[in-house]
Design a protein around this ligand. Structure first.
Ligand code: PMP
Length: 428
């Protein structure tokens, strides 16, 4: 495949945008080469500036669970835009999507909309601190909760891809309030509570980690966190920016039957427009301004275009009783196929998967936390990535990312992908 136009566009972008991109993971720095510039997309496919067609396994990093340019969402946005794009006043639409989200997700009474996953997680932590009158939080190495200062401590995703899991610019004062534990290590968490009695406001966790590749929670781990939080008067925050409305209608809380105190959302909830949200019981949410003392705000929060897109997306997921089953079946089919090919070609690998989140690690030992996620062979990953791209299959340009499966994929697309993997596996 040729990427001449993309290369030229990237060179132009680098002149006026740092690194040529508005979010680091889009750059191909970890895998080499220049990023593909996308012109348009429909269903399971991306079409780039050079006229290449790519099967998309990133799906805007999660939101496009029903495929690109999903018509009910597109039409809703067009119709709303004709009536004005922002008012800075309450709208009936905000209550409609809030009520629908609250009806779909367990254990939440109220939800507030923001403009990104970062904002959602940042606000959730402030709320937890205000509610408990405590300052420290526990996060897990390799988890990513957006680029707010408190979270750029051993952060996953682009932060680790580019070698800066602890970002310069975060003050030591902020960093000291973020305590770090290892994913799937309950003893670690208990030790932190023992060492910081009555100081920990909350644990924030990706209930299925997706920013160090996909890592499922070990049996009993999330239950253990729930117990530790309850025993110590701390809140359990599930960052469901990836898992919300993807693993089940009610997200990871529903899938694992565990009650979080605060839940954050992003990605799917906005149908591809910039939306995040955080939600909890009425008692906790009423701590927020203007009902309560914890301040949180946004000029464009609850923006009518974004709410119209999100509402259509949630309606579609709420009314389709088989969507999560289909996603499970398609992703399981892909997993089985990839595993078979890599075994046949004797490529060391581990595949981690929960529902429609899947990642291939090029190391045969189990990948259960940040340390083991780093064991994968990055040279193999680079070859795998470029081989797939050259065969029209687009996965995330980093071994630390998860693939997001869309329901727009057909079994023909999946077979095409497996064929491409077969071709590439022979070269690894
Ligand atoms: N939390 C998780 C689990 C994420 O994966 C992400 C983004 N990938 C975020 C928070 C931050 O979301 P955003 O990029 O919308 O700020």
């Amino acid at each position: 495949m040729l990427y001449q136009r993309s290369s030229r566009l990237f060179a132009e972008a680098e002149q006026v945008i740092p690194g040529g991109v508005n979010s680091p993971v889009r750059a191909f720095k970890a895998v080499g080469g220049t990023p593909v510039f996308i012109k348009e997309a429909k269903g399971a496919y991306l079409y780039d500036e050079d006229g290449n067609k790519l099967i998309d396994y990133i799906n805007s990093w999660g939101p496009m669970i029903l495929g690109h340019a999903y018509e009910p969402v597109v039409n809703a946005v067009i119709e709303r835009a004709k009536k004005g794009t922002s008012f800075g006043t309450p709208t009936a639409l905000e209550t409609e999507i809030a009520a629908l989200a609250v009806s779909m997700v367990p254990n939440i009474d109220k939800i507030r909309f923001v403009n990104s996953g970062t904002e959602a997680c940042m606000s959730a932590v402030r709320l937890a601190r205000g509610y408990t009158s405590r300052e420290k939080i526990i996060k897990f190495a390799g988890c990513y909760h957006g680029h707010s200062d408190s979270f750029l401590i051993q952060a996953g995703s682009g932060a680790v891809t580019f070698g800066t899991p602890n970002s310069p610019g975060v003050t030591q004062g902020t960093a000291k309030d973020t305590l770090l534990a290892q994913y799937n290590n309950l003893e670690n968490v208990k030790a932190l509570f023992a060492a910081n009695p009555d100081e920990i406001a909350a644990i924030i966790i990706e209930p299925v980690a997706g920013n160090m590749g996909c890592i499922p929670p070990a049996e009993g781990f999330l239950e253990g966190l729930r117990e530790v939080c309850t025993a110590n008067g701390a809140l359990l925050i599930f960052d469901e920016v990836m898992t919300g409305f993807r693993l089940a209608k009610g997200g990871a809380q529903e899938l694992f039957n565990i009650k979080a105190d605060i839940v954050t959302f992003g990605k799917v909830i906005g149908g591809g427009l910039p939306v995040g949200a955080f939600a909890a019981s009425g008692k906790i949410m009423d701590y927020l301004a203007p009902s309560g003392p914890v301040y949180q705000a946004g000029t464009l929060s609850g923006n009518p275009l974004a709410m119209a897109a999100g509402l259509e997306m949630l309606k579609a997921l709420n009314s389709d009783t088989k969507i999560f089953e289909r996603l499970e079946e398609k992703t399981a089919y892909l997993e089985k196929g990839i595993h078979k090919i890599l075994l046949e070609e004797e490529v060391s690998h581990t595949i981690n998967r929960v529902g429609s989140m899947i990642s291939v690690h090029f190391d045969k030992k189990p990948v259960t936390d940040f340390a083991t996620a780093g064991n994968g062979n990055n040279d193999t990953f680079k070859k795998f990535f470029h081989g797939l791209l050259d065969n029209g299959v687009y996965i995330a340009p980093s071994a630390y990312e998860t693939w997001f499966i869309t329901d727009a994929l057909t079994y023909e697309d999946l077979d095409y992908t497996l064929n491409a993997i077969k071709k590439v596996a022979g070269t690894l």
